[in-house]
Design a protein around this ligand. Structure first.
Ligand code: NAD
Ligand code: MLT
Length: 312
């Protein structure tokens, strides 16, 4: 029996080799499909492989009469309607640890860019300006980094931050005092993290409980001059509240890789000189893309062959 697989977001060519090696699998790579185009074509597929661009909504899943598996080549499954998938017996698999390292490294790059205003200085120099006074930064050593969400990526960021001699305070409902002590960090409540940190980085998934977790009220409790990093998901931080907090000088700057709307439609936040930004590049390394594509490809093969997936 031949199974048809649609790859609808750009995935690593090397990463999808396991699929290509299976004779009974036919792979179509069609990236950049509109919602309507995906609706029209999805019915013939047995499996769908995506990153974060494709929104696998209820109507897509309802139309996908042959669909058995959705593979998310990455961690966050917030672009997939999990309830609809469950209702229609479609198994959703992700790649929970293939991009952990890359996302943590990107977070550190953003943190350091923010502290030393490297993107702004680079941009100015490219305009043939030699302006040393405008780009005075702050040191990391001895400052406190607040980590909200201490899973795979949050913990990796904390390890790296300690190497930069930052003190780390973290909040996660599953973080214990024992684990924090072992790692040489402090475990706090969300309020303690928000109130004590000089830099705050979020690493939770986006779900109803974390939507606008960092809100206007949270900004009001922060130290004046705090700096914010979001390399997790747009929507964990309330972008309007962040915009206002920067204009009011409560927040000295923000480093953002992810946005409430992607691609961004309203650039007002990103255009602020205090904001450094990248277009959702946290997992965009050769290594991470290969890892996550291999992981989901293997799981999709397992499901189509009637076996058990590793990361359902
Ligand atoms: P993970 O599941 O290992 O960790 C998430 C942690 O968040 C868990 O420990 C969980 O207990 C905690 N958490 C949940 N709700 C919370 C709350 N209300 N307050 C505090 N903590 C809470 O996931 P991970 O691999 O560390 O990834 C985290 C997120 O980063 C992903 O869900 C994804 O959205 C995002 N991500 C982004 C990129 C990127 O390209 N920018 C790359 C990888 C992952
Ligand atoms: C993820 O959740 O893994 C990230 O969004 C990475 C990505 O798919 O680009």
């Amino acid at each position: 029996m031949t199974f048809h697989i649609l790859v609808s977001d750009p995935l690593s060519e090397e990463g999808i080799q396991p699929l290509k090696q299976e004779e009974h699998l036919k792979i179509d790579v069609h990236t950049g499909l509109s919602h309507e185009e995906l609706l029209e074509t999805i019915e013939k597929y047995d499996a769908l492989l995506v990153r974060s661009q494709t929104k696998v909504t209820k109507d897509i899943i309802e139309r996908a009469k042959n669909l058995k598996a959705i593979g998310r080549a990455g961690v966050g499954v917030d672009n997939i309607d999990l309830d609809a998938a469950t209702e229609h017996g479609v198994i959703v698999v992700n790649a929970p640890d293939g991009n952990t390292n890359s996302a943590a490294e990107h977070t550190m790059a953003m943190l350091m860019s923010l502290a030393r205003r490297i993107p702004q200085a680079y941009h100015s120099l490219k305009q043939h300006e030699w302006n040393r006074k405008a780009y005075v930064g702050v040191e990391l050593k001895g400052k406190t980094l607040g980590v909200v969400g201490f899973g795979r990526i949050g913990a990796e960021v904390a390890y790296r931050a300690k190497g930069q001699r930052l003190n780390v305070i973290a909040y996660d409902p599953y973080l214990t005092e024992e684990k924090a002590e072992k790692m040489g960090i402090q475990c706090g409540t969300l309020e303690e993290v928000i109130q004590q940190a000089d830099f705050i980085t979020v690493h939770t998934p986006l779900m109803p409980a974390t939507k606008h977790l960092i809100s206007r009220d949270a900004f009001n409790q922060m130290k004046p001059g705090v700096r914010i990093i979001n390399c997790a998901r747009g929507g964990i931080i309330d972008e309007d509240a962040l915009y206002e907090a920067i204009l009011e000088k409560k927040v000295a700057g923000a480093a953002l890789d992810v946005f409430e709307e992607e691609p961004i439609q309203n650039y007002k936040l990103v255009e602020l000189p205090e904001v450094v930004a990248t277009p959702h590049l946290g997992a965009s390394t050769v290594e991470a893309q290969e890892n996550v594509a291999i992981d989901v490809s293997r799981d999709v093969i397992q499901i189509l062959n009637g076996g058990a997936a590793k990361n359902p």
